[in-house]
Design a binder for this molecule. Structure first.
Ligand SMILES: *Cc1c(COP(=O)(O)O)cnc(C)c1O
Length: 374
């Protein structure tokens, strides 16, 4: 059997958890939290990072930080996970859903400008499959209309846009360490603060609306309630687990990229024969092998292929359903047809991708897919 995903223990996770426990500090903002944040700040030159309990939480923090009020409009791709939108809906925002590009599930930057109104406050983009959106265009639109840009980089660890790490370009960015992502801590996330106007407040929101973090650094002599906030920080036990994973980032990436390239090489001929489409990586983007997906001709064909592979004990999984057509949002959407988002909802299929996936297994999967098309 080849499952879709399999969480991978790199080796030191339980050792570091033991260390955190024996240090006596297992709540948030302990030694391992600081080590993880430092890792990101040093490796990717993020100005300030805060570990969170999930990417969802980091997105909620971003919505608070940019002061979303009832009626503010946010432009978001429809082809994404619910949290990208929900974090802003929670604060009263109206979501204006944008379509994907024809050739990638990323937001179509040429269709953003027509969605901007007086009420627009931010563009929240998703680097789908860890492949960069067209950031120069997005940043210049944002500058022209004075909007914030938030990168939902949940899938985008260790990936780049024209040499810049994803997560370092927008005003704020969020990462996920959910067990389905390249680097995992079960549940987990990170908020990246690139615009310094948000740094101080972010720490307060993170610590339940108190200036506790500044107090523990000795910057003030008592701490109290100074703003809204929540408990967004993870226990140091979770950070300990995450740190072990981060130490093995290169090893994890090397293996995932090897498997990705093998899939690509093996399936290229099916693309050339016109049966399927493979990911198109723009020249400005890198590939962090978060996901290997193929695009089929119809939902019917996809269902058939899923069933065919399931019979062979291989478990591929489709992905998002357009959010503008969701039960929660369909009556709030303005009725625009988002055809590329709907196309990917119906026809995109993700193949098994995880650290321990063997070359032999990739070859087996691609052989089965080719047999299906025979
Ligand atoms: C995984 C994912 C999330 C949610 O991450 P959590 O850490 O589970 O909250 C949000 N957005 C995108 C694009 C994701 O892939």
């Amino acid at each position: 059997m080849i499952s879709f995903n399999k969480p991978y223990l790199t080796g030191k996770e339980t050792h570091y958890i033991y260390k955190a426990v024996s240090s006596g500090h297992i709540s948030g903002n302990g030694e391992f939290t600081k080590k993880c944040q430092k890792f990101f700040e040093e490796k990717y030159k993020f100005k300030k990072t805060l570990l969170t309990t999930s990417c969802t939480d980091a997105l909620e923090m971003a919505a608070i930080l940019i002061n979303i009020m009832s009626g503010d409009e946010i432009i978001i791709p429809s082809y994404t996970f619910v949290s990208t939108a929900n974090a802003f809906v929670l604060r009263g925002a109206k979501i204006i859903f944008a379509d994907s590009e024809e050739n990638t599930p990323n937001i179509d930057v040429d269709k953003i400008e027509e969605l901007i109104t007086e009420k627009t406050k931010a563009i929240v983009l998703v680097h789908y499959a860890g492949m960069a959106c067209n950031m120069d265009k997005i940043m210049s639109i944002a500058e022209k209309y004075n909007l914030y840009v938030i990168e939902d980089a949940a899938q985008a660890i260790d990936s780049y846009y024209k040499g810049k790490p994803l997560g370092s370009i927008g005003h704020l960015a969020t990462f996920s360490f959910h067990e389905t992502k390249n680097i995992q801590s079960g549940e987990g996330g990170l908020l990246v603060i690139n615009d310094e106007q948000f740094t101080e407040r972010a720490e307060i929101i993170w610590e339940k609306g108190t200036n506790r973090a500044a107090f523990f650094r000795g910057e003030i002599d008592k701490y109290g309630w100074v703003d809204i906030g929540s408990s967004f920080l993870p226990a140091d036990i979770v950070a300990a687990f995450l740190y072990a994973q981060l130490e093995n980032l290169e090893k994890v990436q090397e293996r995932r990229i090897r498997n990705w390239k093998l899939y690509y090489k093996n399936l290229k001929e099916l693309e050339e024969q016109g049966f399927i489409q493979l990911a198109k990586i723009p020249a400005y983007a890198t590939n962090n092998a978060h996901m290997f997906y193929i695009v089929l001709k119809s939902i019917k064909e996809r269902t058939k292929l899923i069933n065919y592979l399931k019979e062979a004990k291989i478990f591929p999984v489709f992905h998002y359903l357009s959010l503008h057509l969701s039960e929660f949002y369909k009556n709030k959407h303005d009725g625009r047809n988002l055809k590329n988002s709907d196309k990917y909802s119906d026809t995109l299929l993700r193949l098994p991708m995880f650290f321990e996936l063997k070359e032999k297994q990739v070859n087996h999967i691609t052989k089965k897919i080719k047999l299906f098309y025979k």
